[in-house]
Ligand binder design. Structure first.
Ligand SMILES: Nc1ncnc2c1ncn2[C@@H]1O[C@H](COP(=O)(O)OP(=O)(O)OP(=O)(O)O)[C@@H](O)[C@H]1O
Ligand SMILES: [Mg+2]
Length: 284
């Protein structure tokens, strides 16, 4: 429920399995962490959310805080089916925030992000490489204030913000406490085979499918498979037994059966040749 008592609006990731896990998608105006080891698929997921978001007339902003060239990232992404060059730069804008972070610190970076979100009416912001902001922060307090400010920007502009980081495990850092949700990507060896899985470790304001769910990276991007038993834990429609008995057509047998055969049930009539199976069927 939102402050007006209404239902919180969702921002679907556009990734079917992930939206099922989250009960319909992320919450609009929320601040989320997407974390996982190098190569786990964070950049792919961040870009996929952006491209899915701008598929209709909406706008998104992808800010990187690392030295890697955008052209290189584009080359990697261009093989993905969700990649659509026609959305750049108007609907989906890439921005390298490393220089402003070095020159003007966290405050400068916040000012740029706020300005870009507002002028471009972006409703999704991905910050790839948030670890650079942590390194640039002068102390823990300054970094907490940065996260808090980011949260305020997200709420004020109704822009959903995703911070990508290679941090692993659940740490009780202020950052992990402050955000609205944490999605963790893991890559685990089982014998010789590698298995990728995804877990919503925290997700405020909604029920979600807890535990790990398998995913793979294909040319369509990240494809998530929610665990079947989690998916079906609550039946969509309770089973209804239909009471009542119906006559089997033989009066004495009905008495023996306590009033006839249970309605909507299946009964097998068996016996050696010539004992009356067909006759019983005909009576019924
Ligand atoms: N078409 C594809 N099919 C299967 N896997 C792919 C395909 N394209 C890319 N990959 C894999 O997806 C992964 C891409 O990961 P991505 O760059 O999103 O990871 P990351 O978590 O952002 O890593 P880093 O921490 O290094 O930034 C790579 O491991 C790559 O091998
Ligand atoms: Mg990356």
């Amino acid at each position: 429920m939102n402050e007006d008592g209404g239902v919180l609006e969702r921002l679907p990731s556009g990734i079917a399995g992930l939206d099922v896990i989250l009960g319909g998608g992320f919450l609009k105006g929320g601040l989320y962490i997407i974390q996982g080891p190098p190569g786990a698929g964070k950049t792919t997921l961040g870009n996929q959310i952006c491209f899915n978001h701008v598929a209709d007339e909406k706008r998104a902003l992808y800010a990187t805080l690392f030295a890697e060239y955008h052209a290189r990232m584009m080359q990697h992404l261009s093989i993905m089916s969700f990649f659509d060059i026609s959305k750049l730069p108007d609907q989906l804008t890439y921005l390298n925030g490393l220089r402003v972070l070095h020159d003007e610190g966290l405050k400068g970076l916040l000012a740029v992000l706020r300005r870009e979100i507002t002028t471009r009416s972006a409703s999704v912001l991905v910050i790839d490489g948030i670890v650079s902001a942590r390194r640039a922060a002068q102390g823990e307090q300054a970094y907490n204030e940065f996260i808090h400010e980011l949260q305020l920007i997200a709420i004020a502009t109704d822009c959903t913000v995703f911070m990508l980081t290679s941090a692993q495990g659940i740490k009780v850092t202020p950052e992990h406490t402050m955000v609205d949700g944490i999605i963790e990507l893991t890559d685990q060896l089982t014998g010789w085979a590698a298995e990728s899985s995804l877990q919503a470790v925290k997700f405020r304001g909604s029920a979600f499918l807890r535990g790990r769910h398998a995913f793979k990276i294909t040319s369509d991007g990240i494809v998530v498979h929610p665990r079947i038993e989690a998916l079906l834990a609550r039946p969509s429609q309770p089973d209804e037994g239909i009471p009542g008995r119906i006559s089997c057509g033989i009066e004495q047998l009905d008495v023996m059966l306590g009033g006839g055969l249970p309605a909507y049930s299946t009964t097998m009539i068996m016996g050696p040749s010539g004992t009356g199976k067909q006759r019983s069927g005909s009576s019924f």
